[in-house]
Design a protein around this ligand. Sequence first.
Ligand code: NAP
Length: 253
Amino acid sequence: MELSGKTALVTGASRGIGAAIARRLAKVGAHVAINYATSKDAAEALVAEIAEAGGRAFAVQADVGTMTGIEAMLAGCDAIFGAAPSVDILVNNAGIGGAGDSGSLAKCSEALFDRMIAVNQKAPHFITQLCLERLRDGGRIVNIGSLGGRSALPPFAAYAATKRALQSLTMSTAVVLAPRGITCNLVAPGAVDTEFNSVLIERPGWVESVEKLTPMKRIGVPEDIADAVMMLVRDDAHWVTGQIVEASGGLFL
Ligand code: NAP
């Protein structure tokens, strides 16, 4: 299989987009570390589902919004994957937004702002930093950004700013790791049907308005994003680095 013998760490993989990415990587042979913060049952169910399908995965609990959480997550990976370098693929996926427009320019609280910076911006920086020695040459980093990272989105202003920062981190990481043949790219999803958007999805007319704006005429599903990640982790993506790949059905905000 395409990724047999390779290891992968996916942050925030108990549900939503991260779970779809973990499933996709395991399906083609990768041994996958499934990080989660609170959804123990969901993470363990995903590990069992992957094992049942003949794949390999394990769950690792950690709040990546803190340095102690990041260190604990990587220690958990070292214990299973072995001494560095032992990671082939890192997917910085864990992310939070505010429910509805609670992260808007007008309403965002300091606490929500700080938490979004910690999980969406600080975590990918320090996970990447601590993975510099853990990544094998020829490895892959994929950061999960958002279309919001390049758009004016006042209802999600604080969130969008963290995703803009992630674009910058992606480009710096690509330059630092290029001599080792390690690529770093960012997948920017459009609107995807996950719990992340539950408040918006329940709002009458919201899904229809997204569908109308999307040339492919539907809201995204987590598997759409997992497919885009897969495209970037294959061997033949070795010359693609520092790029922002929008996976949005053509949605142009
Ligand atoms: P989701 O359904 O809310 O799932 C979030 C995942 O991240 C869960 O597995 C959650 O774990 C984990 N997580 C949250 N905070 C964490 C923390 N501090 N430490 C470790 N794990 C944490 O979200 P999603 O829609 O799949 O989003 C995944 C990524 O895609 C995010 O970076 C998001 O910004 C980005 N994105 C999503 C959309 C969209 O429309 N859904 C669009 C653009 C970009 P627990 O279950 O344990 O809490």
